[in-house]
Design a binder for this molecule. Structure first.
Ligand code: FAD
Ligand code: NAI
Length: 476
């Protein structure tokens, strides 16, 4: 006899676990299927984000930033520290403890909201009337489950390159790169995207010589050009060696390490010897053995489950959210889709403005943006005005030794509506929230310019950049 639920969610990453919590809050009898086990073999919730993504990477970024501050920035404040050292296993242990605390926190939230956690791999078996049937395969048992509504939130996994075997010892994807037992003397990174820059920064700060090999001729091409230029300047000044326009050839491992053959932008054959290599060339959606065809669904040519603007698949009672569908592969995008879908199932009429989803790259300084870049506005032929203000003219930033970077505001030339905000700054991840709120409320640059911002604070730069769109920044 199948266990019956109003809503079954497959996957307990940020998209799935948030969908399950919201569905349960709305009074729906909810189950969530999750197959992840941690290195100790324990079943855990939280998906990529909590186990091998956002949370562990930010923990390592924070540890390595402390180390870098002590070694390189403390002197600026008149503090001298001699012989600072870092215990890598302890740093990794701290990261693991944070992950464990967070995943246990979701277990608590599931209990609190009376969500049934079905441990194992879910696959679809068919339809019975207006219900979807699935089976959950655990190590020793199989369970039949039936749902009035199904939410697929199976996430993504690292894309690997043909002919480059990832063993997560010498050649690593994100999972291995978060667990190096010691600082590699030389670290190679394939892909100057978000993971390459964040994890490359972690190990560089801890002492590795890091070379990043990027296929595209440009650098961070999704960012506003002013931002990618500034980020390239600052990251290379810090010591990241970034080569763009390369073509990766053979990758060979030996007792000595890894040898990467590649062709550089000038077409010259090169090779990079390193102790470890990170392959961070994007992620692919997870639909392995899900058996979508049992309910007449299939994936698109890139492997994503096709959905409409409300995350509904071709089946009216089946939704898909998070990394397994179109749009940015970001935890907060998945979370918002989880809430959206649960509320639609409960009969509400929610909406997501995908243009207002912020991006953050947690390098130092951080890079964050929301809305359109200047290149996009130009190619759309939209008349706009730009205002930019540097942190070097902000007293708080100088006091904090965080005067690198700027805020750039793009606003419609006629209506003054904010169309995009781009930030390079120590606290860009927090500063960008103001811009996202402003854009959700369709605010004008003048609105931000007229709102009182605390002094001294980094947020004053946002106001000055908004003023600068009208050529009336006050402190420049
Ligand atoms: P996932 O988190 O991938 O979860 C999907 C879950 O579904 C998994 O637990 C999986 O086990 C389960 N599952 C899959 N198939 C089945 C099945 N058939 N049966 C049962 N269970 C199944 N994003 C940010 O916004 N900010 C960041 O700072 C950030 N940092 C990142 C750092 C790294 C190193 C990486 C790799 C990613 C990072 N991301 C970040 C991206 C973020 O982790 C993803 O966008 C997010 O986890 C996607 O959520 P999701 O719920 O769609 O999928
Ligand atoms: P990415 O898409 O950010 O970057 C991949 C990079 O690899 C690109 O610059 C691409 O041009 C390059 N590349 C692709 N094929 C290549 C090849 N054969 N040789 C050399 N370079 C190649 O992907 P990444 O860094 O793997 O991250 C995956 C996703 O995870 C991100 O897109 C993002 O959605 C998410 N993420 C988000 C974070 C955040 O929000 N702070 C942090 C980390 C990951």
């Amino acid at each position: 006899m199948a266990q019956e639920f109003d809503v079954v969610v497959i996957g307990a990453g940020p998209a799935g676990y948030i969908a399950a919590i919201r569905a349960a809050q709305l009074g729906l009898k909810t189950a969530c299927v999750e197959k992840w086990t941690n290195p100790n073999g324990e079943a855990v919730l939280g998906g990529t984000c909590l186990n091998v993504g956002c949370i562990p990477s930010k923990a390592l970024l924070a540890s390595s930033e402390e180390f870098e501050k002590i070694n390189h920035h403390a002197q600026t404040h008149g503090i001298s520290v001699k012989g600072a050292s870092i215990d890598i296993p302890k740093m990794i242990g701290r990261k693991d403890a944070i992950v464990s605390k967070m995943t246990k926190g979701i277990e608590f939230l599931f209990k609190k909201n009376k969500i049934t956690w079905l441990k194992g791999h879910a696959s679809l078996t068919g339809e019975q009337g207006d219900r979807v049937s699935l089976k959950v395969q655990a190590e020793k048992s199989t369970e039949d489950v039936s749902a009035r509504f199904l939410i697929i939130a199976t996430g993504s996994k690292a894309r690997h390159l043909p002919g480059i075997a990832v063993d997560n010892q010498l050649v690593c994807d994100n999972e291995g790169a978060l667990n190096f037992p010691a600082v590699p003397k030389k670290l190679g990174v394939i892909g100057a995207g978000v993971i390459g820059l964040e994890l490359g920064s972690v190990w560089r700060r801890l002492g590795a010589e890091v070379t990043v090999l990027e296929a595209m001729p440009g650098f961070l091409t999704a960012c506003d050009e002013a931002v990618s230029k500034e980020a390239h300047k600052l990251l290379t000044q810090q010591g990241l060696q970034i080569q763009t326009g390369v073509k990766i050839g053979d990758v060979k491992t030996s007792a000595k390490g890894v040898k990467v053959a590649y062709t550089d932008a000038a077409g010259k054959s090169q090779s990079l010897d390193c102790d470890r290599l990170i392959v961070s060339v994007g992620r692919v959606p997870n639909t392995e053995n899900l058996n979508l065809q049992a309910i007449g669904l299939s994936v698109d040519e890139r492997g994503f489950i096709p959905v409409d603007d409300h995350c509904r698949t071709a089946k009216p009672n089946v939704f898909a959210i998070g990394d397994v569908v179109r749009g940015p592969m970001l935890a907060h995008k998945g979370e918002d889709e989880g809430v959206l879908v649960a509320e639609i199932i409960a009969g509400q009429k929610p909406h997501i403005d995908y243009n207002c989803i912020p991006w953050v790259i947690y390098t130092s300084p951080e890079i964050a943006w929301v809305g359109k870049t200047e290149q996009q506005l130009k190619s759309e032929g939209r008349a706009y005005k730009a205002g930019q203000f540097p942190f070097a003219a902000n007293g708080r930033a100088l006091g904090m030794d965080a005067a690198e970077g700027f805020v750039k505001v793009l606003a419609d030339a006629a209506t003054d509506e904010i169309l995009g905000v781009h930030i390079v700054a120590a606290s860009a991840s927090d500063l960008i929230a103001e811009a996202a709120v402003a854009m959700e409320f369709k605010a004008a640059a003048e609105d931000i310019a007229r709102i009182c911002h605390p002094h001294p604070s980094m947020s004053e730069v946002m106001r000055e950049a908004a003023l600068a769109t009208d050529k009336r920044a006050l402190n420049m």
